[in-house]
Design a protein around this ligand. Structure first.
Ligand SMILES: [Zn+2]
Length: 268
């Protein structure tokens, strides 16, 4: 792998979205190339700074759009000059500069607003419609073990997805996806079949990660709380097994989804 190829993949690596075999070849390049290693470290620092500031503040999308389209703040002419200027800057520095500019604009503006971050469960569920429209780059798989292995590798073996067998529901695993959302690694196993589409999300968390308006059901047999919530036409059930949160999300009726979650959940 050349340095240029490596540079193209570094962002995905830092975002932990890079899966084998690209991840393996990039990592072996990094062992030999101190320049690319430095670029990785720089991106990690920038990402950390960005994450820390994003945890404190969040602006409504409409406000952000208004700021970015305001010609008094960003006159059309000066934007062209800025793009000309950025040309000769090396790629890692360019990314860092872009982030610094975003932070410089975002922080003072957003600190004026009361922070109110979206529950991670709601943020995670936004991946579901993206899959339907083909906007999600997923790792296709043929069987449950393949999905579990891929996803476990993607988080360095720190935890693994639930790996449910849903063949009784006419659903089989077709793909896996590892995403970082709000600074947390989320594993997504995607099932499809005659029973429709079902996403199984797993991540480190607590029951606090359920949206505040979720309906809570206690299962006296398994002694587990189940939290039911909806987002558009999507129904979701969240429960906790030890430190791991599992969310099943599907367009199937809520009752059916709750029954399924209860039957698969294991007391921790
Ligand atoms: Zn290199």
């Amino acid at each position: 792998m050349t340095c240029e190829e490596a540079q193209d993949l570094i962002t995905a690596l830092v975002d932990r979205e890079l899966l084998d075999p690209e991840r393996v070849s990039l990592e072996s390049h990094l062992q030999e190339c101190s320049d690319c290693r430095a670029a990785v470290e720089q991106q990690q620092r920038v990402k950390q700074a960005l994450r820390e500031s994003a945890e404190r503040v969040r602006a409504p999308g409409a406000l952000r759009d208004r700021i970015l389209s305001d010609r008094r703040i960003f006159p059309a002419q000066s934007r062209r000059r800025w793009q000309d200027y950025i040309g000769p800057i090396p790629r890692p520095a360019r990314a860092a500069l872009a982030v610094a500019l975003i932070l410089a604009i975002a922080i003072p503006t957003f600190l004026l607003l009361k922070p109110r971050s979206e529950p991670i469960a709601s943020a995670a569920l936004k991946t579901y419609p993206l899959f339907a429209t083909g906007e999600l780059s997923v790792q296709r798989a043929e069987n449950p073990n393949e999905v579990v292995e891929q996803l476990t590798r993607a988080v360095g073996g720190h935890f693994h997805p639930m790996g449910y067998d849903l063949s009784a529901m006419q659903l089989r695993p077709v793909a896996g996806l590892a995403r970082e959302i709000q600074g947390r690694h989320i594993l997504i196993a995607i099932y499809q079949g005659q029973g429709g589409t079902l996403f199984c999300y797993t991540f480190f968390g607590s029951e606090e990660d359920a949206p505040a308006n979720a309906a809570k059901f206690f299962d006296p047999v398994k002694k587990i709380n189940f939290y039911a919530f909806s987002q558009g036409s999507l129904n979701a059930i969240l429960h906790r097994e030890g430190e791991i949160i599992c969310i099943l999300a599907s367009e199937m009726p809520m009752e059916q989804l709750l029954t399924l979650a209860k039957s698969k959940a294991r007391p921790s």
